[in-house]
Ligand binder design. Structure first.
Ligand code: KIV
Length: 292
């Protein structure tokens, strides 16, 4: 288990992020799932989310429901070993905060012991008690409202939420309840822009939008979506800045071609045997008795 604490002055903390928002800066968050992606994103973003999206983005599942605490801990530990300066937020997976408060506190506290600075969990009013208990135990909590992927079956699919009068007012009330419960920030996913703007402008804590328009305090996108590494359906709120999948596959194809035509490795990419050993190796012949 690593004990990564922000050791240097450049480490991004929750109070620093909240101050940046008060200073009019927009926050940037993306996901990372291992040490390599953590090192890639860390110099660029303010927050790294060890998302439960690891389940569908990296592990091949259709949604986020199958990912376990053990799997999340495995990914979080890899990221913590990269010692990011960005605020490290770990997603509480499905069933890790639904069963009992003891269970929830152990799971969330375990994330902090592994290097996370905050946990994220999905849901509104019904999570208030859980959030209060976590905050009591010095565990910073980021809420997540709107299209909450762990509710995929209850929502009947991944659909834009809160378009009706009742639901729009409900999410406003939920956002304020989560703020009062002690959340340090809120992710708003898949809701109309005007609603996200109203939530953002009436809260003291930052909002991080994904498919929630431009008026949030910051934005989050899944790393593999930004880099064009994701396959299949792409929602309209995703902007890919590079065809990462195509580019990387092209590079891999060049290497495979070089191997097949004998152009890789070159002499400069190989190790030479010292003259004395070369002579011994050339002089050596197989022992006929050991031959089958
Ligand atoms: O798991 C995840 O990647 C997320 C973001 C989409 C906010 O929860």
């Amino acid at each position: 288990m690593s004990h990564h604490l922000p050791a240097d002055a450049s480490a991004i903390t929750i109070p620093r992020l909240q101050q940046r928002v008060r200073d009019g800066q927009r926050l940037v968050m993306t996901t990372a799932y291992d040490a390599v992606t953590a090192r890639l994103v860390d110099p660029v973003v303010d927050m790294i989310l060890v998302g439960d999206s690891v389940c569908n983005v990296c592990l091949g599942f259709d949604n986020t429901l199958p990912v376990s605490m053990a799997m999340m801990n495995h990914h979080l530990e890899a990221i913590a070993r990269a010692r990011p300066r960005s605020l490290l937020v770990a997603d509480m997976p499905y069933l890790s905060y639904h069963l009992s408060l003891d269970d929830t506190l152990c799971n969330a506290g375990g994330f902090l012991q592994r290097g996370a600075a905050a946990v994220k969990l999905e849901g509104g009013e019904k999570r208030v008690e859980t959030i209060q208990a976590l905050v009591e135990c010095e565990i910073p909590v980021m809420g997540h409202l709107g299209l909450t992927p762990q509710s995929v079956h209850a929502m009947g699919g991944f659909k834009v939420q809160s378009r009706g009068v009742h639901d729009a007012v409900q999410i406003l009330e939920d956002a304020h309840r989560l703020q009062e419960a002690g959340c340090c920030a809120l992710v708003l996913e898949g809701i109309p822009s005007e609603l996200a703007a109203r939530i953002t402008h009436t809260l003291r804590i930052p909002t991080i939008g994904i498919g929630a328009g431009p008026h949030c305090s910051g934005q989050v996108l899944v790393l593999h979506d930004v880099l064009g590494l994701s396959q299949g359906h792409r929602p309209k709120f995703v902007r890919s800045y590079v065809d990462g999948f195509g580019l990387l596959q092209q590079a891999l194809t060049h290497w495979a071609e070089d191997v097949r035509r004998g152009a890789f490795p070159s002499p400069a990419e190989a190790y030479a045997l010292p003259a004395e050993a070369r002579a011994a190796v050339s002089a050596w012949t197989p022992d006929p008795s050991t031959r089958s």
